[in-house]
Ligand binder design. Structure first.
Ligand SMILES: C[C@@](CO)(OP(=O)(O)O)[C@H](O)COP(=O)(O)OP(=O)(O)OC[C@H]1O[C@@H](n2ccc(N)nc2=O)[C@H](O)[C@@H]1O
Ligand SMILES: Nc1ncnc2c1ncn2[C@@H]1O[C@H](COP(=O)(O)OP(=O)(O)O)[C@@H](O)[C@H]1O
Length: 283
């Protein structure tokens, strides 16, 4: 039995440079991964392919055939004909349709496990192509470490970044990614006058603060609870920056240290007991 973590992805910045002719949006995004918010995946290698899903957010992952773990395994199996697959068990601990790339992180974890079982390198073209076929965020989730993500998400450049202390908060309203992108109102082939996302320095927070998430306005228009989460997060003691991740609705707050992040998370839980709230490092 092999085991992999599927940590939540956080877009610390997300600049949309335009919309490509193929309909996907051209991104420039600083991405980091949570130390404490993660799904977990195990694989019992074998000839068949199956998955069981448990955990607090199991229902959101949808039917077996639609699970991105199964889709990733099938995409890899189609490219590596004699590959060993097997039975996956997924414990779904992160909210779904939350801007945390949950399904992408699970798919990437599945590909890492299949690479290990089949003796395939993580940069093997069959694995890279399978990742791209599943979703734009799967490539960055394969390494699960701080990186600049560009193009539709397939161009990933690791960055050295000091770990950040953060609080993640989700108002428990799923936000469909496609609706948020559509809300930008860009036509295929239309580029914007936009600056690239700043890369992090020794203290990453100033560079992050100089950037933005271009998906915030359309996400807030679709789901006003995100605006409430941003306001509550930003007002917490010692919060240095509050922003939405990905297409939402998860909001993150950055703090000077994990102790202040934990204190802030307790205060937010008391104010909004129905929300998913998690203090964590991001790296
Ligand atoms: C917004 C981001 C930011 O990291 O994350 P999430 O909010 O999903 O976590 C990603 O771009 C989401 O990536 P992912 O969820 O893998 O997207 P896909 O399955 O490939 O596509 C979902 C929908 O988003 C649109 N999409 C996605 C990526 C991109 N660069 N441009 C797009 O327009 C696609 O057209 C599609 O309608
Ligand atoms: N393993 C999985 N975990 C989460 N969602 C999954 C999974 N497999 C398929 N999905 C589907 O993917 C969609 C997007 O979920 P998710 O990846 O969590 O969104 P986001 O990238 O915005 O956080 C949901 O509609 C969900 O049903």
């Amino acid at each position: 039995m092999l085991r992999a973590r599927a940590p939540a992805k956080v877009n610390l910045t997300l600049h949309v440079l335009g919309r490509r002719a193929d309909g996907f949006h051209e991104l420039d995004s600083l991405v980091a991964f949570a130390g404490c918010a993660a799904d977990s995946l195990t694989l019992a290698p074998g000839a068949d392919l199956a998955i069981d899903v448990s955990g607090p957010f199991a229902d959101g992952a949808g039917p077996e055939a639609e699970n991105l773990v199964i889709k990733a395994a099938n995409a890899f199996g189609a490219r590596a004909r004699s590959a060993v697959l097997g039975r996956f068990s997924l414990v779904k601990r992160t909210p779904v349709a939350a801007g945390l790339g949950g399904g992408s992180a699970d798919a990437a974890a599945a590909l890492r496990l299949l690479a290990q079982v089949n003796g395939v390198a993580l940069n093997d073209p069959r694995l890279v192509e399978a990742a791209a076929a599943i979703g734009s965020d799967v490539a960055v989730c394969l390494a699960s470490r701080a990186a600049m993500m560009r193009g539709r998400g397939e161009r990933v450049t690791p960055v050295a970044m000091a770990p950040l202390a953060a609080v993640l908060a989700n108002p428990m309203r799923p936000v469909p990614t496609s609706i948020v992108y559509r809300g930008l109102g860009l036509q295929p082939g239309e580029m914007r006058a936009s600056n690239p996302s700043p890369e992090p320095g020794a203290d990453p927070i100033p560079a992050i603060a100089a950037g933005r998430n271009d998906l915030e306005p359309p996400a807030l228009a679709h789901e006003p609870a995100i605006g409430e989460a941003l306001a509550l997060m930003g007002a917490l003691e010692n919060c240095r920056l509050a922003r939405m991740s990905g297409s939402g609705g998860t909001v993150f707050g950055l703090f000077s240290d994990l102790r202040s992040a934990r204190t802030a998370a307790r205060a937010l839980r008391a104010a909004r007991p129905g929300w998913w709230i998690m203090p964590t490092t991001l790296r």
